[in-house]
Design a protein around this ligand. Sequence first.
Ligand SMILES: [Zn+2]
Length: 283
Amino acid sequence: MSQRARRRLAGWGVVAILLGGVIAGSHGLRHLKRQGPAELPDEPEPVPVELWVLVIDPGHGGEDTGAVGGGGLKEKDVTLALGLALRRELELRSDIVVVMTRTRDVAMLPAERAALANRSGADVFIALHINSWTGRSVSGYETFYYGNPSDEHVEALTSMEGAAEAEAARSRDGDPLSPWERRQYHRRASRALAELVQSELVSRPALKAVDRGVKQGQFGVLRLTRMPAVLVELGFISNPEEEARLRSEEARRTIVEALADSLLAYRDAHPDGFRLVHGYGPR
Ligand SMILES: [Zn+2]
């Protein structure tokens, strides 16, 4: 059972005890007058357990091959294989519900991928990609979250206004957070997840990964998803060594373990997920 499920059940236990106390108390008084035994309160209704939902988005697909290595390896095939293996790994190791944007070799628009994630009520979104460059020597891993470096400055400038607007905008559309607060939350949560993913990947000796760092990017899937989201570039397919590594079962296994470790660490740090904490969304 997840931490969240346990906490929810514990919460309902407290409610049941309090409610039981009130009912038993009032019954007790009545029974005391009648000198009868106190009745036990009814058991509370079973509570549906909220689970933590992750969307895995294997980049590209169908006619959109993504980058292609000198040896012929296609990005779309690597991202799909890694995505499916990551799903298996997480389902073995946790009770996380995994939603895939694609499980087959099909093309999808960024907007379709994001819409699927938004509909699924996900707590976190991760897009898998492989990098490419014109020079064969460039290599390494990098992880993106949504943003534009110049936004940091703009956000700081507008933070006073944003805070003032927050109260006015609250509950306008049933969202307890104002759009400004939501952007701030997204940015912090997405960056925290990106840092976990990146540090797990570059700490695995088997990947010999150059650490290209955590960066902000304007990718469509990051812009359009409404939950903390990251896009990870798992090496350069244009680099012959990294292309060969991406073909190997050992490196794929290492990538999947690193991604699973970072996602589970993030989940453990945010057991209530994105939606419950902020009381917003379809779940
Ligand atoms: Zn890509």
